[in-house]
Ligand binder design. Structure first.
Ligand SMILES: C[C@H](O)[C@H](O)[C@H]1CNC2=NC(N)=NC(=O)C2=N1
Length: 124
């Protein structure tokens, strides 16, 4: 199984970028432990929910994720709801679905050391 963290996101404005089929997405899910595959009105997305220790630790987590996103040129939707529930949502907006970029970003987010920010230890 090749390691997604050794890959780099490609620009999303590339013409031949197409959203992957649900089967292909399911096949890649074991590479992004902790993420859920969701279908939102026909648009596939990757979702990860995390409970943080405090509101400000949630913002610290956003900063860690933002730095990865900026380095990749690929950006998640970040939600901080009810003071300590972080939800990270990834899809490729340009194609309205999932591309390998989304899995690369998710895998790189998984590599972040965020334990000190989380309320409960993540199982992965
Ligand atoms: C040119 C550049 O690749 C695009 O504007 C990027 C920026 N970050 C992005 N992030 C995500 N998640 N989807 C996109 O379509 C997207 N587009």
């Amino acid at each position: 199984m090749d390691d997604l963290t050794t890959k780099k996101c490609v620009p999303c404005d590339t013409k031949d970028l197409r959203p992957m089929a649900e089967d292909s997405a399911k096949h890649l899910m074991p590479k992004v432990v902790g993420w859920d595959l969701v279908n939102e009105n026909g648009i596939l997305k990757l979702n990860r929910s995390l409970k943080v220790k405090s509101f400000t630790k949630g913002l610290e987590l956003f900063k860690l994720v933002a730095d990865v996103a900026e380095a990749e040129g690929h950006h998640p939707d970040l939600h901080l709801v009810g003071w300590n529930n972080v939800q990270i949502e990834i899809c490729t907006h340009a194609v309205g679905g999932l591309t390998e970029n989304d899995f690369i970003l998710a895998a790189k987010i998984n590599r972040l050391d965020m334990h000190h920010l989380l309320r409960r230890k993540i199982s992965a």
